[in-house]
Design a protein around this ligand. Structure first.
Ligand SMILES: *[C@@H]1O[C@H](CO)[C@@H](O)[C@H](O)[C@H]1NC(C)=O
Ligand SMILES: *[C@@H]1O[C@H](CO)[C@@H](O)[C@H](O)[C@H]1NC(C)=O
Ligand SMILES: *[C@@H]1O[C@H](CO)[C@@H](O)[C@H](O)[C@H]1NC(C)=O
Length: 372
């Protein structure tokens, strides 16, 4: 009995599937607030009649060679049109402007000419693509989030280089009105400080990644130091440079634009290159800290933290003085050593001479005379 029931269910399921498949709704997805074309073709012929309906609600009609909008539903008012020059070619596609969530659903395109009629179904879904993915290190965890997305997005983590242990942090999803927010955080035990972390938020149609690079350390001196933002050689679109996660150093808000250094940092920012590298000047030890660059490209966000260690470099004149002193000391030591060696040698020689003298002149008579 149960088996039979199951079979019936299975067959119904299959038929349902087949129905949808044969019917073959055309799937169209459009971005919220954008214009959208719902495609519909028919065999060209005289006396065209076109009816666009959405689940039995009149959307747009055309016959007697003109638009017939008397029955049009209020919600489509002023937002629809058919391409008049295309109708004779068998193209009844509908232009729907300023798409909203209520427009989602199944549309019917009915066409008829003296040659016959036809029905087509179009399934419209509305998208709000992933705009921006935020990634940040907060305390000892890494947080990734994105918001204002439709339909429901997914979030995945990966590392560079790839690590053997996969990250299985379950993201939390929230819906506010129609739009979804998603976030996920990696706890301390899940983080390996030697890896770069990549977070990807995607829907069927859109996808963006954010990368948090591992902390690197560079050493600078009082004169100058360049901190790289990305290894890529392509010019950046937008970036923000920050100090110690708070102060803004410099920003660029459009591709090919010029950067703006903040008032406070202007004396220290020498330049920012096309690829986003920051060159600092007039460094002193109070500029030691974490420099963060956030780079926003067409489909990715890169975050790179660099710890800048400042060493105190002696200025040139000091070097010279030290040099002179060192050379002086060495010279004196050398002189003293030489002198001592010379003295020693002379002393030895003298001694030898004396000895020889003594040997030579050690005649009893002289000895006597010496004694006396
Ligand atoms: C129908 O017309 C629209 C508007 O000009 C066009 O975008 C679309 O490609 C046409 N479809 C075909 C199959 O030619
Ligand atoms: C920074 O250094 C430049 C030259 O290297 C110099 O002209 C400028 O006066 C310095 N600014 C400050 C605030 O020290
Ligand atoms: C910036 O951060 C570093 C390291 O955390 C700290 O040593 C330094 O004092 C901070 N600098 C300022 C100006 O806050």
């Amino acid at each position: 009995m149960i088996v039979v029931k199951f079979r019936v269910v299975a067959v119904v399921f299959f038929l349902n599937f087949l129905w949808t498949f044969v019917n073959c709704d055309v799937a169209v997805s459009c971005d919220l607030k954008e214009n959208c074309i719902l495609p519909c073709q028919f065999e060209p012929g005289p006396e065209e009649v076109i009816h666009w309906m959405k689940e039995n609600i009149p959307v747009h009609s055309f016959y007697y060679n003109k638009d017939q909008l008397g029955n049009q539903d209020q919600r489509f008012k002023g937002r629809t049109s058919i391409f008049k020059d295309q109708i004779s070619k068998g193209n009844a596609s509908l232009l729907l402007r300023d798409v909203n969530f209520q427009d989602e659903g199944r549309y019917r395109c009915y066409t008829s000419t003296t040659r016959g009629n036809k029905e087509l179904f179009i399934h419209l879904t509305v998208d709000v693509p992933v705009q921006k993915v935020y990634i940040e290190q907060s305390g000892e965890s890494i947080i990734c989030r994105s918001e204002g997305i439709y339909p429901e997005p997914t979030l995945t983590w990966s590392t560079d280089p790839e690590s053997s242990s996969s990250i299985e942090s379950k993201p939390s999803v929230q819906q506010n009105g129609q739009l979804y927010s998603i976030s996920s955080s990696l706890t301390r035990s899940e983080i390996d400080a030697g890896l770069n972390y990549i977070c990807t938020v995607s829907t069927k149609k859109s996808r963006r990644t954010a990368t948090l690079f591992k902390l690197t350390t560079v050493t600078g001196s009082e004169s100058e130091r360049t901190i790289q933002c990305s290894d890529s050689k392509t010019p950046v679109t937008r970036f923000i440079w920050r100090f110690n996660h708070s102060q803004i150093i410099a920003t660029q808000s459009e591709a090919g634009g010029s950067y703006t250094a903040s008032e406070e940092w202007r004396p220290y920012v020498k330049s920012v290159s096309e690829t986003g590298s920051l060159t600092l000047q007039n460094l002193s030890t109070d500029k030691k800290g974490i420099y963060t660059c956030e780079l926003i490209n067409v489909d990715e966000t890169l975050i790179k933290n660099t710890f800048l260690q400042i060493t105190e470099e002696k200025s040139n004149s000091n070097d010279i003085i030290i040099g002179v002193v060192v050379v002086g000391v060495v010279a004196v030591i050398a002189a003293v050593v030489l002198l001592l060696v010379c003295k020693n040698k002379t002393a030895k020689k003298n001694k030898n001479k004396d000895n020889k003298k003594n040997e030579k002149e050690s005649t009893p008579a002289e000895k006597k005379s010496l004694k006396s």
